[in-house]
Design a protein around this ligand. Structure first.
Ligand SMILES: O=C(O)CCC(=O)C(=O)O
Ligand SMILES: [Fe+2]
Length: 355
């Protein structure tokens, strides 16, 4: 994984076709901040917001959002729960080993993942959950039993080992899923599609959330060649990711000049970045940008990405306005579920036999 979509030649639409968004040289130095409060304002403001999102998606592939609507106390209690989880004794965490489940739910130990095939393993530990309903959540109900390559029950630490964990984690999960649902119509607008374009494709949205903990990297643990890294250079698998990060810093985003730009923590914001499924939907008009994290701060770093996508049975077919005679479809059409599963298999392959 970690393949990188290089800068495309400027797109020239055939006569009579809507002009696709213009890509600049993508040598961005900063990641834009987009205020989501315009989403519930006038149609004109919503259109303006979609244009800003389009610009960020075409040129950067990353943006911060503020006024995102997830209450601070939900974030706070979830982060505290995450800290308590990672502080558990190793054997308790290893009982939840992700390799014991069919579909990548549970705990990943330090160096258990290798996000960049050139790396030696990632210096973070994680806890992964997928869809699970929650009686207090405002998310519309859905069929938890739906078949598919990525479904399956979450695993949770026993209440006796870690009281009061599942409740706040699911509260944040559902708040972030609701936020993700509200972004799909804006992405559709940004692509000059009807706002409802993704509606029938997101009734059972993929939504994998990870609690992540990056211990501080001692200078000696940072290999010269960067092969031991918090999370190796990669692109995400789903349509887009909603990331909460603490104030420690370490996330970096690569521009087309190959320069790593710091995604500095900005209080009150979340980071949104596009993943490879949106690159596939848009035939690379939307950019799935290479990123990595290195924690050289000397402090513990915590983050929470939520990878958001369509239903797993949806085919990743290019949007008609993004393909033409001059720009043929670049990607083989497969389902979202098969695509994610193949990417996860590659990521965990290197540790699968060790447990
Ligand atoms: O922890 C971060 O800041 C980034 C995490 C990330 O890129 C990922 O989990 O895909
Ligand atoms: Fe990522």
């Amino acid at each position: 994984m970690g393949h990188h979509h290089h800068l495309e030649t400027p797109i020239k639409p055939p006569v009579g076709q809507v002009e696709p968004p213009h890509r600049t040289d993508s040598t961005f130095e900063e990641i834009p901040i987009i205020d989501l409060s315009a989403a519930s304002s006038t149609p004109a403001k919503r259109r303006e917001l979609a244009d800003m999102i389009r610009d960020a998606c075409v040129n950067v592939g990353f943006f911060y959002i503020n006024n995102h609507g997830i209450p601070d106390d939900i974030i706070h209690t979830t982060v505290e729960a995450s800290k308590r989880f990672f502080a558990l004794p190793a054997p308790v965490k290893m009982n939840l080993d992700i390799h014991k489940t069919e579909n990548y739910k549970g705990y990943t130990a330090l160096l258990g993942e290798n996000t960049d095939p050139n790396g030696r393993g990632d210096l973070h530990e994680g806890f992964d959950i997928g869809w699970e309903s929650h009686s207090n959540a405002s998310s519309s109900s859905r069929d938890d039993k739906s078949a598919g390559p990525m479904t399956g029950a979450n695993v949770w630490p026993p209440e006796s080992d870690l009281p009061g964990f599942k409740e706040p984690v699911l509260a944040y999960y559902h708040a972030a899923v609701d936020l993700g649902r509200s972004l799909f119509p804006l992405f559709a607008l940004a692509l000059d599609l009807p706002e409802k374009f993704f509606e029938d494709k997101t009734t059972q949205s993929a939504a994998i959330m990870r609690l992540l903990h990056y211990p501080p990297q001692r200078a000696s643990a940072v290999a010269e060649d960067g092969s031991v890294i918090g999370i190796g250079a990669h692109t995400d698998y789903e349509c887009f990711t909603i990331l909460w990060q603490d104030s420690v810093g370490g996330l970096q985003v690569q521009n087309n000049a190959g320069k790593w730009i710091d995604a500095v923590p900005i209080p009150g914001t979340l980071v949104v970045n596009l993943g490879d499924q949106f690159a596939r939907w848009t035939n690379d008009v939307f950019k799935s940008t290479l990123h990595r994290a290195i924690n050289k701060s000397g402090e513990e770093r915590y983050s929470i990405p939520l990878f958001f996508g369509t239903n797993y049975d949806v085919l990743l077919e290019p949007i008609p306005s993004c393909v033409s005679e001059n720009i043929p479809a670049k990607y083989e059409v497969i389902t979202a579920g098969d695509y994610v599963k193949s990417r996860l298999e590659a990521t965990y392959a290197h540790s699968a036999t060790s447990t």
